[in-house]
Design a protein around this ligand. Structure first.
Ligand code: PRP
Ligand code: ZN
Ligand code: MG
Length: 213
């Protein structure tokens, strides 16, 4: 069998260390952190690609990668068609609304007519629609927490993990709109050989998870 699984991982960020650790615990060895963006495993038919997390669903859909590990937040926000294969249980975080610490909060209706900065316009848009609130969504791709402080928006909607980014930017979390964890995604139509490899990988991942529970 000459097939090899191409697995996309976040290059550096909240998911990276946990993702590397998962493969280590699965007994799958590869080099990372050397600055190289590609690494072939020395003991499992897999090649790892180190990419920006937001780009991973697109690469998986296009077949550049067969599998990927991303936050559920990234997969749900993405318009790319990928399959969720397995929930990984790590890198838990929430997508929350936050406002300046000194601003009063009486509930979600306070956002009516306000502008909200976010990198998650689709998830936020659906949420606001569900709550029947009309607000302006201001899409920015990073450093969202700075927006209220520079007058770009009155609120933000972004990922919160420890909460330290909010704290250091004078913001308070007022509403959780989505809870997320790392997930394994795949191209919906994997060739038979790759599917067999995926099943081997899943078997190991489940064994690692079972040992922790
Ligand atoms: C999120 C978010 C904040 C940070 C919050 O970024 O955008 O920057 O994490 O974490 P904290 O509550 O522990 O301070 P993410 O890891 O999703 O990276 P990215 O925006 O660069 O993709
Ligand atoms: Zn990202
Ligand atoms: Mg960020």
């Amino acid at each position: 069998m000459s097939s090899i699984l191409r697995i996309a991982l976040q290059k550096s960020g909240r998911l990276s260390e946990d993702s590397y650790q998962l493969f280590k615990e699965c007994g799958i060895r590869f080099d990372y952190g050397t600055g190289k963006l590609k690494s072939v495993s020395s003991n499992f038919p897999a090649e790892f690609l180190f990419l920006r997390d937001d780009d991973i669903p697109g690469y998986v859909e296009d077949g550049v990668a067969d599998l990927g590990i991303v936050g559920e937040n990234v997969a749900v926000e993405s318009t790319h068609q990928v399959e969720t294969v397995h929930r990984l249980g790590f890198s838990k975080c929430r997508l929350s609304l936050a406002i300046p610490r000194a601003t009063d909060w009486n509930g979600i209706h306070d956002l009516a007519g306000k502008s909200i900065a976010t990198s998650y316009p689709r998830i936020l848009g659906n949420y606001l629609q569900e709550k029947q609130i009309s607000a302006e969504i201001h899409e920015i791709s990073g450093s969202v927490e700075i927006a209220p402080g520079i007058g770009l928006a009155e609120a933000i909607c972004d990922i919160v993990s420890s909460g330290s980014t909010l704290l250091s930017n004078g913001l308070k979390e007022v509403e959780v709109i989505f809870r997320s964890e790392a997930i394994l995604i795949a191209r919906p139509t994997l060739e038979a050989e790759k599917q067999t490899l995926l099943e081997k990988l899943l078997f190991r991942i489940k064994a690692v998870q079972a040992a922790k529970n």
